[in-house]
Design a protein around this ligand. Structure first.
Ligand SMILES: NC(=O)c1ccc[n+]([C@@H]2O[C@H](COP(=O)([O-])OP(=O)(O)OC[C@H]3O[C@@H](n4cnc5c(N)ncnc54)[C@H](O)[C@@H]3O)[C@@H](O)[C@H]2O)c1
Length: 369
């Protein structure tokens, strides 16, 4: 097991990586959450159907009153209706501020459960147990919690750091290929922006036909270290800029356009991770068209994408539709837009006021035709 301490103004908390959830979770709850009378675990129906036994056995070992709240699976349930449902169950269960809420699932459950935890009783104790790659390397750390509203992603939310993050990489073994690919996209982001050695490790382990069998890659011993490195980067970035006012924006590499692609395809047809993968290629294309990068940089990254089975093109769509969504993106200030681009490997830069034509031209390059 490895432990990283996340230091934020709100809280200092441990991120436990490479643990065996079944034995470790009860141990931590009984030791570190002694004052909590109840443990309330929030998950979704899909994750519950896979891990019902594991969840129940871990909760039994916690020697506390426990409750399980089950939300429907899907990004479309990361909304105020689900939050309302969680609140009503917490009231039924007479949950107090000292009781602990556990988000057990992917980024959707983490964001939604965290948002409920941050607002109910003006803030409950909160543990993140991420069960997807994206949530393990990214969303469970850093305190961004929230829900979508009227088709706008994450538009309602808050910063609420968890009290602990517990990462068991074995949960990733039941992810389907699509979810693995989503997670790999997020990992490539860390490699491109912060730490090239992550890309080297991915490449090293991707030699065995990862494109067709991404499940093999994530079982490699190196993959545990990749998760650790990503968590390390995320905690460092959050420490420097907890409230996302500057430096933390670097994590938006590929995301500004990625979120908009996701929205333009109605949050359904293209998943978050795939949208981000394509968004990173568009950001690289923009970097090339502004003279920051050479074409061969993109070629090498496309090779890596192919090895990993990551998408670099999307179905044809009116690029203007994506631009329309960009204008509503909360990451865009009303007077100026801000993109994270690259001027080399691990050399990110912020670029302001990118003109619409450059964005549209480069979005078009990433469409099948
Ligand atoms: N808060 C942040 O900082 C932050 C950062 C990145 C992404 N996000 C959010 O995270 C979400 C995407 O995260 P995600 O990809 O984890 O989505 P997700 O939670 O929808 O999980 C993806 C799918 O995998 C299933 N699943 C979860 N764990 C599983 C397991 N162990 N085995 C099998 N199936 C499993 C889920 O039920 C779902 O169908 C988006 O809503 C995005 O906005 C938040």
């Amino acid at each position: 097991m490895k432990i990283i301490t996340a230091r934020t103004k709100q809280k200092k908390y441990p991120v436990y990586i490479n643990v065996d959830f079944n034995s470790f979770f009860p141990q931590i709850v009984n030791k570190e959450f002694r004052d909590s009378e109840k443990v309330i675990l929030i998950t979704n129906n899909k994750v519950f159907s896979i891990y019902e036994e594991k969840i129940k056995s871990a909760l039994e070992k916690c020697l506390k009153l426990s409750e399980i709240i089950i939300i429907q699976d899907g990004e479309e349930y990361k909304n105020l209706e689900s939050t309302d449902y969680i609140y009503s169950r917490l009231i039924d269960f007479n949950a107090h501020r000292n009781d602990v809420i556990v988000a057990f699932g992917g980024g959707v459950i983490g964001d939604l459960g965290g948002f409920a935890a941050s607002t109910f009783n003006r803030g409950m104790k909160f543990i993140q147990c991420p069960t997807t790659i994206i949530s393990q390397v990214d969303s469970s750390i850093g305190g961004k919690v929230g829900v979508n509203y009227r088709k706008v992603k994450n538009i309602i939310g808050s910063f609420y750091q968890p009290d602990a993050v517990i990462i068991d990489p074995v949960f990733n073994y039941t992810l389907d290929d699509e979810q693995i690919i989503n997670g790999l996209g997020e990992i490539v982001k860390y490699g491109l922006v912060f730490d090239k050695s992550i890309l080297d490790k991915l490449l090293k382990n991707a030699t065995g036909d990862s494109k067709n069998k991404p499940g093999e890659l994530i079982k490699a011993e190196d993959f545990k270290d990749i998760i650790y490195r990503c968590c390390k980067i995320k905690t460092k970035v959050v420490r420097k800029d907890e409230f996302d006012t500057g430096y933390r924006n670097l994590l938006n590499f590929g995301h500004t356009i990625g979120h908009c692609i996701e929205n333009a395809f109605n949050l359904k047809e293209i998943s978050h991770g795939k949208a981000v993968s394509i968004g990173m290629i568009i950001a690289i294309d923009i970097s090339i068209s502004l003279g920051f990068l050479k074409e061969d940089f993109k070629e090498k990254i496309i090779e890596l994408y192919k090895m990993l089975g990551l998408p670099y093109k999307m179905p044809e769509i009116d690029a203007g539709k994506i631009i329309d969504v960009i204008k509503y993106d909360k990451k865009f200030k009303s007077t100026q837009n801000k993109f994270v681009l690259l001027k080399g490997m691990n050399k990110p830069l912020f670029y302001y006021n990118l003109d619409e034509d450059t964005i549209i031209d480069n979005i078009k390059k990433s469409m099948y035709n």
